[in-house]
Design a protein around this ligand. Sequence first.
Ligand code: SF4
Length: 378
Amino acid sequence: MSLLSVENLTVHFRTRRGFSGKSAAVVYAVDGVSFSIEAGETLALVGESGSGKTTVAEAVLQLNTPTAGTICLDGVDLAKLSRRDRLAMKHRVQIVFQDPYSSLDPRMTVHDLVAEPLHAGKRMRPADVDSRVLSLLEMVGLGTQHLWRRPHEFSGGQCQRIAVARALAVDPDLVVLDEPTSALDVSVQARILVLLQELKQELGLAYLLIGHDLAVVESVADKVAVMYSGRLVEAGDAAEVFHRPRHPYTAALLASVPSPDPEVRSQLGVLQGDVPSSVNPPEGCRFHPRCAYRMPICETTMPEMRLVDGGTTRACHLPDDALPSAGAGDGGSDWIESSQLFIDEGVEASADSAAAAAAVLDGRPIDPLGLLNEKDRR
Ligand code: SF4
């Protein structure tokens, strides 16, 4: 049995109009998302801003109410618990926020910040609270000299250590890491990541990591689930997904990561356009307005997640053995037919684009996302 099992999670919000409070529109934030996390495992949810990953995390933390679907912790459906039991379960899932400064009350001392969750649980003697706070601080690399200081006296990395100690105070099984290093300096990021990995091994913790920094995700995640416009598009073992992406969106996302190596061709801008509005998502595959591989079926039929190979699942109408190209010049697949391709009519034809188009028509691999318009101009 999985520690956390999320089945067909759907979260829709209704927006309200002005003072009348009348319902104006439905926001399709999350649609039919399923995944599981085993004890001691790290699952990363990745995707662009607006893809719905934070809404999923909030649902797991019981900070919003799902429209449909189930969230089970150790096989227990959280929605079926009484209020009191649900509160007890809440302690088993904690969160470390992105910005350590805004997640800590600046008026409180470190001692009180770390002790606060302890008071919410079972009653403890003051001496036991003090000793538990100190042991938590030592666990995250701080000590007695930090006990009575306030957050503004610490660096960002130290504040994030305090936030981690606070999250661990109630002995959680699962910690949601909401971009835990994105507000920190690069040198500090590595130390926090090492700390999180050490704590995971020492305490047997499982992590649900929300992230868009793919380098961070690759370094810590066991499994990855890629979200786009409220839906999962690819999920699997992290090494498999990063080295052999099966979904055009994952491939484009990975190709967009800048490389410090000047020999490596930059793919910046390879993923053009924005995540569509959650109020009015496109019909069919939600990625089709930006996808260079789209086919007529993509515009009308939503692809379901299905197993391809290597234990990876993806939601795409491409044949199971067809892999998207990771970018230009990488020797991508040659199964694309010219009838499925679109040249942006708004771009003046250049020698480069003509050469590339010829290469496509000859059935040779190209960088389609760099060439094509994201709008439907067929
Ligand atoms: S090929 Fe079709 S189904 Fe697959 S990602 Fe592109 S638009 Fe979506």
